[in-house]
Structures are given as C-alpha cells and as structure tokens.
Design a protein around this ligand. Structure first.
Ligand code: GCO
Ligand code: MG
Length: 404
C-alpha cells in the first residue's frame, strides 16, 4: 500500500485543529491529529514543507521505519512542533494499517486489556460552592472521576475558571494573549478547603483529581500534597514545572498524594528520569504531542516496569482524531490509569464523525476499522483558521510573569 498523497487540513470549529490526511493507491485514507494549541500553523508548516514531500511514494505499512526516518533522519530531534508532526503521520499510518486489516486499531496493538476506559471529567467553579455544584452535575452525568478547580479569593482570572457560569472555561482566545492572576499563598490556603468541602458533599465513592498547572515551587507543592492527603486524591497534576525532574524528588519525599505529569512532554527522554527514579505515579503524555502510537507505546512500556500508569491528556485542544486514537491505546495498554475527557462542542463533533462513545463514566473506541474517526472536509472548510493564544500568568502582587 503506497502513499499517494498527503494533505494538511486546518479548521476552527470553535478552536483550531490541524489534521493530516494520507491517501493511498488502495483507496484507503488515514487521519492523524497534529494540533498544538496556540502554535497550530508551525506544525502545519512543518508537515507541509518538510514531511509531506518525504511521504509520497512510501510504503504505508512500514510504520516503524517511517517513524525512525522522520525522527532520526531530521538530525534536529524532539520538541512539540516536530513530535506533533511525527505523531500525525504515525497516527494516520496506524489508522491505515488497521483499516487495511479490517480491524479496530486496538486489535492490532494486542487486543483489549479491559472492557472499557475510565475517564475523568472537569468541574470548574468561580468559588467552592460553584465547584461543588459542578462536581454534582458531572457525577449525575455518570462520571466516576472528576477533576475539580475553583476560583481563588482575591484573584479575578485564574486557570480553569470561566468568567461566568454560562460558559465553559476556554483558555485559547482570539486576539493577543489574555493575562491571568496568581497568588501562591492564597491558592495554598484555599485548595485544601475545596477538597474538604467536596468530600463532605459527595463522599468517597468518586475519584477526585486536581491540576496545579505548573505553578508551585517544589517545597510549595510538597506542602499542598501533604495538605490534600486527608482527601485521598487520585492525583495532583503538574505540581511544578517539569523541566527539572529533580524537583519531583523533593515533592515525593514529603507526600503520599499521587503525582501526575506529562502533558507537555514530547518524548520518552522527558519521562525517563521521572519514571526510572519512581518520582511519579501517572504519566500523562498523549498520542498527538508525544510522537504518536508508536512512541507512546515505548513510554508506556518503560512506565510499566516501575508501576507507573498512564493518564493521557485529553483536553478539547486535542482533536477527536487524537481522542479516538488515545481510546484505542487505552483499551490495550496494560498499565492504563485513566483518560481525561472534555467533550468537544457540537460543531467539532460534526466535522469529525467518530465511532467512540461515552457511557456511565467510561468510554469505548468503537469497532470501526482504524481509529474510527473521520473528517468532513466540506464542513471543515466552513470554519477557517483563527489565530488564538493561550493566556499568560502574572503574580498579582507585582506583575512578575509566572508559569501558566
Ligand atoms: C489539562 C490541561 C489543559 C491545558 C491545555 C493547553 O489538564 O487538560 O492542563 O487544560 O491547559 O491543553 O493547551
Ligand atoms: Mg493539565
């Protein structure tokens, strides 16, 4: 099966998505997600200018060789732009191979290791009471695991919190980057109160998660982990910026709250010290930003040696193509932990018809051959690209630029 064409489709049905479509001489097509929030056109250009000319004429079945060719052959390795582009090619090739075999992708990976995939929802509120309501609402939808974020007293705009109740939190916005406020001391005082209120309100049956979004120093993260121990979180995510894996050693020494990291990682090399030194419990890399199915499998296999489980990033800035591929991966991967699930808006679901489904707190990738996600290009063309930026974050006290 030869690749005869490769096209990059950029669309914005509410937010920007970059999709790679591979065509073959057997008439089959394969899709890969290449979306990188706020930097979409960099990946689109990397694909169009540098990878597409290498793909036409190649044997679509040689997934591993193509991966090595694009990774080693570039000389310049790693980074989110390169790895998202490679991921798109890899995902599209797995889609093609599974379609050619007439099987859902999870069957090619080794078959299902479980009946269904546990997912977690988001619950955000401007204050504790609103977050408690929102957690109840998500639980009523069937979710058994819920990530809870709340506004912090005194901070007008903070990560995870929408400006008003009618809208969901949307970080990427058109125009120049919005600014959010931060105050570590307020946050550290407030967050344990949120989880105390949540446990009082919903009891202990549901898993609760929390995303710190890289904002604490290691010793502050250690303090928060300790303060959250009574509420038995499923995980504390991105407690500190993770460029320095040593930071996690300090957090680890002080708390038994499980630690998760990895949505901004791109290769196994980012994960290696954290996994090998057993500094984390969950690795959150996902298909699109970590080199596709081929590379994610290497990360998961390394993690399995140390009882580290997966917890793939699944925010709405990853397209349904990534979600579909991730769910096949999740159904197979032996050391599965949990999968993030933020439902896409209606327009996105229409542009990307898919076989995956949600039921009672779990998802399933479906039985369609391939990863089960397609693109309606005619509809996609109605939603042209719109430049958008993620926000930046400043200390409220003096305006110092902080981690977002
Ligand atoms: C998450 C993430 C997202 C990111 C977003 C950036 O845990 O889902 O932290 O909310 O901020 O994916 O593009
Ligand atoms: Mg996160």
């Amino acid at each position: 099966m030869k690749i005869t064409g490769a096209r990059v489709i950029v669309c914005c049905p509410g937010r920007n998505f970059v999709t790679l479509k591979l065509e073959t001489d057997e008439g089959l097509t394969g899709l890969g997600d290449a979306s990188l929030n706020g930097r979409e056109l960099a990946v689109a250009a990397y694909l169009t200018e540098h990878l597409v000319p290498l793909l036409v004429g190649r044997d679509a079945h040689r997934i591993e060789d193509t991966w090595q060719y694009l990774y080693k052959g570039a000389y310049w390795r790693r980074g989110p732009v390169t790895m998202s582009a490679i991921a798109a090619v890899d995902t599209a090739l797995w889609d093609l191979k599974a379609k050619a075999a007439g099987m859902p992708l999870y069957q090619l990976l080794g078959g299902a290791s479980r009946e269904r995939v546990l997912v977690y929802a988001h619950a955000n509120g401007r204050d504790i009471a609103e977050t408690v309501d929102e957690v109840h609402r998500q639980a009523a939808l069937g979710y058994r695991a819920i990530r809870a974020q709340s506004g912090v007293p005194g901070l007008a705009k903070v990560y995870g919190v929408a400006a008003d109740r009618e809208h969901s939190y949307e970080p990427a916005t058109p125009g120049l980057p919005k600014e959010e406020d931060w105050d570590t001391a307020q946050y550290l005082r407030h967050t344990p109160k949120l989880f105390e209120a949540l446990r009082n309100a919903i009891g202990w049956e549901h898993e609760l998660l929390h995303d710190v979004h890289h904002r604490l120093t290691p010793i502050e993260a250690a303090r928060l982990g300790k303060d959250l121990e009574p509420f038995r979180l499923f995980w504390m995510e991105d407690a500190t910026p993770a460029e320095n894996p040593e930071a996690f050693r300090l957090i680890r020494q002080h708390t038994t709250t499980p630690l998760a990291v990895g949505e901004v990682f791109n290769t196994v090399w980012d994960c290696k010290p954290l996994i090998e030194q057993q500094l984390i419990d969950f690795i959150r890399t996902t298909v699109v930003h970590a080199g596709g199915i081929t590379h994610l499998r290497r990360i998961a296999d390394l993690a399995a040696l140390y009882q580290v489980r997966t917890g793939s990033h699944g925010a709405t800035d990853l397209s349904p193509v990534c979600m579909g591929a991730a769910l096949h991966f999740d159904l197979w991967v032996p050391n599965f932990g949990i999968q993030e699930h933020m439902p896409h808006n209606e327009a996105t679901d229409e542009v990307f018809p898919h076989a995956y489904r949600f039921d009672g707190g779990f998802m399933h990738p479906g039985e369609a051959p391939g990863h089960g996600v397609e693109i309606d290009e005619r509809l996609a063309a109605k939603y042209p690209y719109q430049r958008a930026y993620l926000p930046v974050n400043r200390l409220q006290r003096d305006g110092t630029l902080w981690d977002w």
